[in-house]
Design a protein around this ligand. Sequence first.
Ligand code: GLA
Length: 387
Amino acid sequence: MKKELLQKFEEVFGSEGEYQVYFAPGRVNLIGEHTDYNGGHVFPCALTIGTYAVARKRNDDKLRFYSLNFKGLGVIESTIVNPEYKKEDDWTNYPKGVIWAMQKKGYPVNAGMDVLYFGNIPNASGLSSSASLEVLTGFILRNLFSLKVTNTELALIGQYSENNFNGVNCGIMDQFAVAMGKKNNAIFLDTADLSYEYAPLDLGDAKIVIMNTNKKRGLGDSKYNERRSECESALRDLQKVLPVTALGELTEEQFEEYQSAIIDPIQRKRAKHAVYENQRTIKAVEALKKNDLTLFGKLMIASHVSLQYDYEVTGIELDTIVEAALRQEGVIGARMTGAGFGGCAVSIVKEAAVDNFIKNVSKEYSDKIGYLAAFYVVEVGDGPVIL
Ligand code: GLA
């Protein structure tokens, strides 16, 4: 891979000067969905699939970006002086946004670059191809400009650029999981204060199988921002009767006692999901620590049901694939992962049953939906690295 990427880079940008190969992972969230912008817990892990780049610093202000995933777009050029969002700059608005965010935070990113990217995360699948691209770009900048930035800051800068440059009001989970990934561990992150703990993912004879519905979704055109404001509204109602600053602070009992303060019934359902999902995430991590995979799986299933009926972010494709998964032998748990509305679901399946699982779910899915799903048996990997 490294050799091929270097070769491509030389073909596109020439071989003068110094350049290196970088990698940042994608992520899958095991449980704790739509909790990160509600001050709750999440439990994602980094994957060994992700985004690669070859990058070189230039002596002028030019930014030249090329992606092997979008060859047809050719080299997209811009400048490091006052980067601005431009529709025609397409995917390069992500790396440009990170440069903009770094500059805005006062880091001296003051020379151009040539960067070639290649990602093996399926696009718009909910496995964080954009967070991977953002954190990777920040990591490259840190290296090329010798910046004193921690990995947590790289995550925050990525999120800041996505919120303020690319206009998606995402939480911190994706960028944090990408920047802080650790091989064979999931990250139990409290988004209220960014305290976190690594939890060894000891799945015994089971594997993580990601099921891609192949129903594309983009956060921008989804109802993501709408869900976020529904939760904020529900919180404002609750604050009239309870001194809380985020839905993630509530226990299930408190929610039951005070839920009638939320006037709008839809917003009440959204808040219920946020509160219960946060508690489920805490319980799931405890279960994993006790090696109780059965309970972990049950909590995953409960998470999906809540996302389906209370949060309403699943849809026919995700529901079909999860329901088919849960009918199979050897399945421990399954649920949608990421923002929802399409994209991927994640399941934990006994290794010996994986082949049949994929065969059967694949058939049930395409019979009902009319096109094929894709399946990935994934490994849990580290955060960004220079290769
Ligand atoms: C997307 C966002 C995350 C998080 C999830 C839902 O992946 O980028 O911040 O809100 O959706 O859990």
